[in-house]
Design a binder for this molecule. Structure first.
Ligand code: CA
Length: 244
């Protein structure tokens, strides 16, 4: 991944581009690729919603006119899942349109056509502010993992406006993973940290509880993106400050 000399924040893991005009979508993907680990382009609202839930992008570029609905409805759905910055890119740039989109929760509005340098600058600005806000949260005992916000002090886990209710064991497991961000912990280590056991076979026990936690927290529990299995090494929580 090329270095990003201007901004001090690490390159984001994933940018999602939602645009039904294939040529423009390709152009945007190519334009943003040097500034992110990956850039995913989709052409419809349905694909966008799926990609948003499964991949928890760090930033979204959203076209308003989509073949299967209006981008502003999509924007509200995004907002109920996470706070990742959304930049609306639209040809409808009357003041009333801009205000409606910003009221619906967009972080920025860019009229079409838009200069590439300006768009990249805005993308970087939003990513930097989001990153700084995550750093402040981490300093206050908050941690972000994809679409999840974990508050280590008050033992709360939120996805957008939704608060997840965890059992004490599930919470202890999530906390153990969250306190070792980006690090894979073996079943044996989790067994010691969560259950304070030193002997016995932990693998089945830990696997069952990891499965419970994934059912509650993952957008797609069969293809986990938050609590990932690292073959031969154990389980790792993918947090935003330590991209997986
Ligand atoms: Ca369009």
């Amino acid at each position: 991944m090329p270095a990003d000399p201007i901004s001090e924040c690490p390159p984001p893991r994933l940018i999602l581009v939602v645009e039904d005009d294939g040529d423009l979508r390709e152009l945007l993907v190519r334009l943003l690729r040097p500034h992110a680990g990956d850039v995913l382009g989709v052409g419809s609202g349905a694909e966008a919603l799926r990609a948003y839930a499964v991949h928890a992008p760090d930033l979204v570029i959203l076209d308003l006119g989509l073949p299967d609905g209006d981008g502003s409805t999509l924007l509200q759905r995004f907002r109920s899942i996470s706070g990742a910055p959304v930049i609306v890119l639209s040809g409808r740039d009357a003041e009333a349109d801009r205000v409606a989109v910003l009221d619906a929760g967009a972080d920025d509005f860019v009229g079409k056509p838009c200069g590439s340098a300006e768009l990249v600058a805005r993308v970087r600005g939003h990513l930097r502010r989001a990153w700084q806000s995550r750093q402040r949260m981490a300093g206050n005992g908050y941690l972000r993992a994809g679409a999840l916000e974990i508050d280590l002090e008050s033992r709360k886990v939120r996805r957008g406006d939704l608060e997840h209710r965890l059992t004490p064991t599930e919470w202890a497991l999530l906390r153990a993973l969250a306190l070792h961000p980006g690090e894979a912990l073996t079943a044996q280590r989790l067994w010691e940290l969560v259950w304070a056991r030193e002997y016995g076979d932990p693998s089945l026990h830990v696997r069952v509880h990891v499965t419970h936690l994934r059912r509650k927290l993952e957008a797609d529990p069969d293809r986990p993106s938050l609590i990932v299995t690292v073959p031969g090494a154990g389980y790792r929580l993918t947090t935003d400050s330590t991209p997986g």
